[in-house]
Design a protein around this ligand. Structure first.
Ligand code: ASP
Ligand code: MG
Length: 416
């Protein structure tokens, strides 16, 4: 007996016609000896509506630092429930045995961190037996239930994580994530017409891509897939079954024979650069600065430290999400005396451009190619950060597209 998990996102189930097509895609994957579980998102736009309703009714706003109310999850989890019933009906209309399972019926147990819960355990016994008997199980993504029987949600985009968690619990051969793109690309095809669909990408590379703003999969779902070694395939839900639709396989790097030096170029415009000028150059200063930012829940990314012109002084430059820049400034001004801050400057029109590839580990000259490609276009680099499989630079946001295109061709990624 083998098992397969299929997941369909919001646009893929955006209306009843699309749900019927999803039913045809599911039907085509049914074969003797294979159990199917299908995880669905809310129809596109529904979760946004539900969030607004919950807010209007007085729900706490997490973006204002408040704790989410558990009733918020009762409201926003319902979008997915609707889709499970609709898809089960559409499958039955095609003569396929199917039923919906709400998370408390499985159950899929999560912690009690409402609106950002994590899955703790999935009891696969009943669910597994049902799909092994040939009945398609349709599950809502995004939902969980606490040990105390309260409904939770897993954070926006959480259906990907639900699907991977279900696949891991069922010991599925693979988790197929159907979406509105036909795979993972070497870069954003809206910027680079010569972007190519990747046949395979490693979990590590996908994690970097996802956290850098290539929003194909929720980052957490990739972390989970990597930890549980679940192969994930990203493919299009907009083609009828039978039409060629290979997608991109996200898998362990041992399965990738030809390791690219650079597999992809990612960018993010949601960046701000904060420069702290002429601060005290003594032990504990950085700890105070970044401690204060952590207390304010500000996620710091690149950090550059350098000596200042005046003796005993240094500069620290860091980046953070653009929307957090004003709060970062307030938090640091409050520290002013303690770190002897002379001046603080914030630039919000910056972008981060990154090249990612597991082949980088064993290859020299990768950074040189990047810096000369940017220099060739006259683009100034304001900060650099690296990891084992990634080099990121901070640049003026107006050159984002130019930089992405230049790097895409410099690393030989352009399609013929
Ligand atoms: N419906 C939820 C959202 O819009 C979860 C998901 O689709 O992944 O965020
Ligand atoms: Mg999604």
């Amino acid at each position: 007996m083998s098992r397969l998990v299929m997941k369909f996102g919001g646009t893929s189930v955006g209306d009843v016609d699309r749900i019927r097509r999803v039913a045809r895609i599911v039907a085509a994957e049914r074969k003797p000896g294979r159990g199917l579980a299908v995880v669905v998102s809310a129809m596109s736009g529904e979760t946004d509506k539900l969030v607004k309703l919950a807010r209007d009714a007085g729900g706490a706003l997490a973006d204002q630092g408040a704790q989410f109310d558990d009733e918020y999850d009762v409201v926003v989890s319902t979008g997915e429930q609707v889709t499970t019933g609709l898809l089960a009906l559409a499958l039955r209309a095609q003569g396929i045995p199917a039923r919906s399972w709400q998370n408390w019926q499985v159950p899929i147990v999560s912690d009690a961190a409402h609106a950002k819960a994590r899955v703790d355990s999935i009891d696969e016994a009943k669910l597994g037996a049902a799909i092994d008997s040939g009945e398609v199980a349709v599950l809502p993504g995004f939902q969980g239930v606490t040990a105390g029987q309260r409904i939770t949600t897993l954070g926006r985009g959480g259906s990907d994580t639900s699907a991977v968690a279900v696949a891991a619990a069922l010991g599925a051969e693979r988790c197929d994530i159907y979406t509105d793109v036909d795979g993972v690309y070497t870069t954003d095809p809206r910027i680079v017409a010569k972007a190519r669909r990747l046949e395979k990408i490693s979990y590590e590379e996908m994690l970097e891509m996802a956290s850098l703003g290539a929003k194909v999969l929720q980052t957490r779902s990739v972390e989970l897939a990597m930890a549980q070694r679940v192969p994930v395939r990203v493919l299009s839900s907009f083609v009828e079954p039978g039409v060629d639709n290979p997608g991109t396989l996200v898998c362990g790097e041992e399965e990738i024979v030809e390791k690219q030096i650079v597999s992809g170029v990612a960018y993010s415009r949601d960046e701000a650069k904060v420069s702290l000028l002429g601060i005290a150059d003594s032990p504990g200063v950085a700890a105070q600065i970044f401690g204060r930012l952590a207390d304010a829940n500000i996620n710091v990314d690149m950090i550059v430290q350098s000596v200042a012109r005046t003796e005993g002084r240094q500069n620290i430059v860091f980046t953070c999400p653009d929307r957090d820049a004003p709060r970062a400034k307030d938090a640091l001004l409050a520290l002013g005396e303690a770190i002897q801050l002379e001046d603080i400057a914030i630039r919000r029109d910056v972008a981060k451009v990154s090249v990612i590839g597991i082949g980088m580990r064993s290859q020299v000259g990768v950074a040189r190619t990047m810096f000369s490609a940017l220099a060739g276009k006259g683009i100034n680099i304001e900060a650099i950060s690296t990891s084992e499989i990634k080099i990121s630079v901070l640049i003026d946001a107006q050159y984002t597209e130019l930089a992405v295109r230049a790097l895409h061709s410099a690393y030989g990624l352009d399609a013929a």
